[in-house]
Design a protein around this ligand. Structure first.
Ligand SMILES: Cc1cc2nc3c(=O)[nH]c(=O)nc-3n(C[C@H](O)[C@H](O)[C@H](O)COP(=O)(O)O)c2cc1C
Length: 222
């Protein structure tokens, strides 16, 4: 084989390995999302609860973990749930590739934001707004930044909550806080749940227990 053949073979192998990795990740994500969908159902549709609730939980979730956390928060606080959709990041290889590329682009161009639905929500009647998101490249994912950019939080207490596998950048949380305060919030808090790396993650039940213990009953911990 000539040198050129060796180079081509190496490039082909590297591409194959990258494809196999992406394929494995999306397979795990899709299986996880299906498993999580039916867990901890929560309907905030009851007109009574909906009109009297003073807490909103707005969240984006790609593979269902933040959605499960959001349902737990809503259940604990009798809150109104508002899921955000971001069509660019649907489950599958295309969505994963967009997620990585957009999260990476926002590092140098924070003004670049994805389309989300709904873009705005009338949050005026709430005292507290929880904003939920996975962490992508150490930062809350682009859809929750887009939501903050398009909405106001005048006089409200905002709680950012994240699910993540291994690491969050504190500088991104500080920037997120500054953005929320700029959009009118009176105070800010950050909560997160560390799920662990892909092969050694918390089960959904362990994640919910961690949320109960760490976010709601910290004094109950031994
Ligand atoms: C594109 C992408 C980038 C990610 N980057 C990070 C990261 O920097 N740090 C981390 O701890 N987890 C990272 N994760 C893992 C997710 O934050 C974690 O699995 C999260 O719980 C997924 O939430 P979801 O199921 O609600 O989408 C990343 C996931 C994706 C898809």
């Amino acid at each position: 084989m000539t040198t050129l053949h060796w180079i081509l073979a190496t490039v082909a192998l590297a591409l194959l390995a990258a494809f196999a990795y992406l394929y494995a990740v999306t397979w795990i994500e899709s299986r996880q999302a299906r498993k999580l969908e039916g867990k901890q159902p929560y309907a905030s549709a009851s007109a009574d609860t909906a009109s009297s609730s003073r807490t909103a939980v707005v969240y984006f979730s790609r593979s269902g973990n933040t959605a499960l956390a959001a349902r737990r928060v809503a259940l604990r606080l009798d809150a109104q749930l508002f899921p955000l959709q971001a069509p660019s990041y649907e489950l599958g290889m295309g969505g994963l590739a967009h997620a990585v590329m957009d999260a990476n682009e926002r590092r140098s161009k924070p003004e670049v934001l994805p389309d989300i639905t709904p873009r705005t929500i009338d949050l005026k009647r709430f005292d507290t707004v929880w904003l939920g998101s996975p962490v992508w490249l150490y930062s809350p994912a682009p859809p929750i930044w887009a939501f903050v950019e398009h909405n106001r939080f005048d006089g409200q207490h905002v709680v950012l909550f994240n699910t993540f596998n291994s690491h969050i950048g504190d500088d991104y949380i500080a920037t997120f806080k500054a953005k929320v305060m700029e959009r009118g919030a009176k105070s800010f808090e950050h909560k997160s749940v560390l799920r662990g790396r892909m092969t050694q993650q918390l089960t959904p039940e362990q994640m919910l227990q961690a949320i109960d213990d760490e976010w709601f009953d910290p004094q109950a911990k031994p």
